[in-house]
Write a protein that binds this ligand. Structure first.
Ligand SMILES: Nc1nc2c(ncn2[C@@H]2O[C@H](COP(=O)(O)OP(=O)(O)OP(=O)(O)O)[C@@H](O)[C@H]2O)c(=O)[nH]1
Ligand SMILES: [Mg+2]
Length: 304
């Protein structure tokens, strides 16, 4: 984790927005969680795990770093993916520092327009070559020279977000780069998302982990009830799928598959909220929700 010592003795305060972008699955969310020290973003080995722009706020006595985790850059094939890419676009608009994350062995960004934006931006770019724990010195050197020629405006850092290698050094560089400014958010705030968002995401993570092919990409989760008393939080969430056949798959034989999602989600949520959790889950068909602009708005996929 990062070392949050005071910046100086002059009462100067720094604050800024640091937006993390890159291809799917390179480790953007892992990095954000490593900075924040909390599991704000879900992480799986599948591409397109993150669908929203999620803020993670790191507060120190004399600084506030507002990180944004964003969806991996893809060519959108349906409306949900277009909205996901709109979140990435907004990440260019308000950044004080851009983190462009690639993983070891990667060659270039699939989307040329985004790539051009990165190489021509006036915003300081930190290019992080992630997953170096999987690499060796020769490959790393080759990658360092490849990326310094591809993105000459970037400062390059080899990192391992998973093993926390060089994460603190990158954070210290961020503190140097962000401007003098009062904080943007209250100093005890960790994120911009409400509690229900983390319930939805935890459930979606279990679905990404346990179901194959198109199923996780056809699922949206909505938490309809979130009621907290002194000892327990009671939640009811609906798992939405696009078609009737998918509903059967989610539930599984005698409900065992859905039960597993429920048990694993509850355990994670108890850790996240630090309280006993009662979670009720059910499945509903919401035909073609991911191509329906109004439905997408309802689920928070409108960028503005
Ligand atoms: N070996 C290794 N694996 C890593 C590292 N960082 C992340 N991973 C793994 O890479 C996979 C993807 O990580 P995420 O953090 O979900 O990646 P992402 O870029 O947020 O992915 P999307 O949200 O789908 O765009 C997971 O299986 C992580 O455990 C790393 O430093 N080393
Ligand atoms: Mg992610």
């Amino acid at each position: 984790m990062c070392n949050f010592g005071p910046l100086n003795t002059l009462n100067m305060h720094k604050a800024g927005f640091v937006n993390i972008i890159g291809n799917p699955n390179v480790g953007k969310s892992t990095l954000m969680n490593a900075f924040v020290g909390e599991k704000l973003s879900i992480i799986t080995s599948k591409a397109q795990t993150t669908r929203h722009r999620i803020l993670g706020i790191v507060n120190g006595e004399d600084f506030q770093v507002v990180l944004s985790d964003t969806p991996g850059i893809i060519k959108p094939a349906y409306e949900l993916q277009s909205s996901m890419m709109d979140f990435v676009k907004t990440a260019f608009e308000d950044a004080d520092v851009l983190i462009y994350m690639v993983e070891i062995g990667e060659r270039s960004l699939k989307d040329e327009a985004f790539f051009k934006k990165i190489t021509s931006t006036k915003i300081p770019v930190l290019l992080l070559i992630n997953k170096i724990d999987k690499s060796n010195q020769d490959t790393l050197e080759e990658q360092m020279s490849l990326w310094s020629s591809q993105v000459p405006n970037a400062e390059i850092y080899p990192v391992s977000a998973l093993e926390n290698f060089n994460v603190e050094e990158v954070f210290n560089r961020i503190i140097e780069l962000i401007p003098e400014s009062p904080p943007f958010y209250p100093k005890d705030q960790l994120t911009d998302k409400p509690e229900r968002f983390f319930v939805n995401e935890t459930i979606r993570e279990k679905i990404l982990l346990h179901y194959k092919k198109e199923i996780p990409y056809s699922v949206e989760v909505e938490t309809e009830e979130f009621f907290e008393d002194e000892t327990i939080i009671r939640m009811r969430s609906v798992i939405m799928v696009e078609r009737e056949t998918q509903k059967g798959i989610i539930i599984g034989h005698k409900g065992t598959a859905l039960k597993r999602v429920g048990v694993e989600s509850r355990k994670d949520l108890e850790v996240f909220f630090g309280k006993q959790v009662h979670l009720e889950l059910y499945v509903k068909v919401n035909k073609n929700w991911r191509s329906n602009v109004n439905q997408l708005k309802r689920f928070g996929y409108n960028k503005k």
